[in-house]
Design a protein around this ligand. Sequence first.
Ligand SMILES: Nc1ncnc2c1ncn2[C@@H]1O[C@H](COP(=O)(O)OP(=O)(O)OP(=O)(O)O)[C@@H](O)[C@H]1O
Length: 353
Amino acid sequence: MSERSEVTIKQSTAAREAAAPPRKEAPGVRISGLTVVYKTPAGELPAVRDVSLTLEPGSITGIVGESGSGKSTLALSLLNAVQPPGRISTGSVEIDGLGDVVGFRGERLRKARGQHIGYVFQAAQNSLNPLKTVGKQLLDLGRSHGVDDLRGLVREAKELLGRMGLDGARVLDSHQHELSGGMRQRVGIMLALVLNAHLVVLDEPTTALDMITQANILKIVREVHAERGLTTLVITHDIGVVAEVADRLAVMYGGRLVEQGPTRQVLAAPRHPYTRGLIKAIPRLVGDIDEAQALPGRPPTLVTVPKEGCVFRERCALRMDVCDTVDPQARVDEGAYGPRIVACHAVTVKERA
Ligand SMILES: Nc1ncnc2c1ncn2[C@@H]1O[C@H](COP(=O)(O)OP(=O)(O)OP(=O)(O)O)[C@@H](O)[C@H]1O
């Protein structure tokens, strides 16, 4: 091939690539050494401390933990959306096709949200604008992201709502107060997906919904995830929700990830004493309800979380001297279904013995 024709081919390929919209597929995400602090009267305190977590492309990962453990703060970091008085102090969030979003600012950040990362906020049932119809809010969203084909956007929204068992035209014509909690939740999911984001974060997707609606929403999450080829992160305090939808499970306590692994394995054989406590606290459908044992004590706040040593030690039945002074490091065991990771001195000692 002559040098000239090679240059022409290279140029036309480059032109095609420039003209075509960027190819999107389920992205992988690598969170490394992430620390997020909030400014308080006692100084800047970490709500998320040195967290590393990988979301495999096409997977559903669940993060579970009690209130205040740092789940929402971690999820917001994925969109670089932690607001003052909070800030990401160290670490990176690498998203395939985007890069490290921790460095993103302004227009670049705004575009990444919505077009690449869809977010359904905690209490999405109440986050719609009460003064505007859903359709009007959809058009506002489209315009703010420079969508030219607004008709196409409405078509896509109706399609998604229909997919979730709703009458799209009717919902778009409705105000928030005309929709039930479950319908609003589905509208939240539609708004997170309608710009064709392939990374989706759902913060407490089923809180405040009755059991039937909850099961229905989780089924929809699973189906839409598979059909659209998404990478999904689900944040919840309810381990039952994670059991229902997630391939991998990460357990958070006091701003730290204490255990991670394939959901089935973690639920069947939890290693960290906190994970065991969470599982024991679930009332069973069969058997004696009294068998469920609430975890004694309360989770720490930003101020009371220990600065050194294990964050869980105050509530831990396996506490040893070393737990007071040395932060347990995450131990990784590679398995056929992905790594199992646990950060606990007692587990390490037991497994070495
Ligand atoms: N704006 C803020 N200013 C100060 N502290 C904050 C702020 N937002 C969150 N925190 C603190 O950071 C810690 C983690 O909060 P976060 O909301 O991330 O936890 P969570 O696990 O999502 O809890 P929940 O399920 O209750 O939302 C908590 O101790 C919380 O009080």
